[in-house]
Design a protein around this ligand. Sequence first.
Ligand code: CP
Length: 359
Amino acid sequence: MSTRHLIDLDSISSDQLKDILDLAKVIMKHPQYFCDSGHGKIMATLFYEPSTRTQMSFQSAMLKLGGKLVGFDNPDSSSVSKGESLRDTVRVVSNYADLIVIRHPCEGAAQAASTFSRCNVINAGDGGHLHPTQTLTDLFTLINTKGTLSNLTIGICGDLKNGRTVHSLIKSLVRYKNNKFVFISTPQLNVPDYLKQIVINAGCEYSESISLSDSISKIDVLYMTRIQRERFESDEDYKNQKGVFVLDKEKMKKAKYGLKILHPLPRVDEIDYEVDDDSRAVYFDQTEYGMYARMALILYMLENSEKKLDARPESNSDKCCCNPRCITNHEHYLPNLYIKVDGRTVCEYCDHTQPICAE
Ligand code: CP
């Protein structure tokens, strides 16, 4: 994976991550010092999928840095509606902009886009895969509310299968010392195996639970998530999962005094409104922390930018990825790229393990 673009937080070192989070803290304290830092720069926001927080916090962040914006929040209002490919859209927009922020329903789309862009690309969410800037937001929220990213027992509750924020968060929190995880979900929406392997490889402990009520007293951080309706095959499948986990005042009575409740939002029904007034609920503060974290990231990416097209990789297999949501199954010109991870063959775009017969 490239280090020029931010597709996954894996591509930046722990020191770089710390630098960005430290910068976010300085920006939050002294925003006036940074109001011209992005002067003369243009950021493009290409949102192929709906968004409130990610899109607007990126836009607010760039405006607060004195930069300018172009882009679309609905591909139907762009030439995508006329059949323009991702590669052509990105190639063109990267001639106008200094930085591209892209959200797309297909897994691996940001990775694919980065190979056709002359400017740096930030992944603002690729299907059910990853959402690294939400994780920056989450880490910055934990620093400001818990005062640490280590020695935490983190409960993650809801749709752990399709929740891209969950996937990026787990991959980041395993970097810090002595963190433990409690995965709270139905068996159908449990964390993908590849992520459990990442937790094990990092030497972190995890347990699984089907009860929020039974787990809440043990945890320091509760990361609630909605059931991702848009990722289900049918509405019936979604309805079977909806409403299983609801955080309410009764459950909060069992929680630690120092618990912090995060949620990437939007919320549907998984946290009662009555919990919002509990001082342990920090999910609305989280949205503001996200803007400062993105201001820091934008400055970091602009500093490390150089307009150029990288050499594009060639296919290393003639087999298509087995994941129907992978970008390679929607934009067919993309090369098939696989790597070996722990003996498995994994798609480089979407991280899906390929069936042995397809290797
Ligand atoms: N947390 C998050 O990604 O929210 P949006 O979908 O509104 O951007």
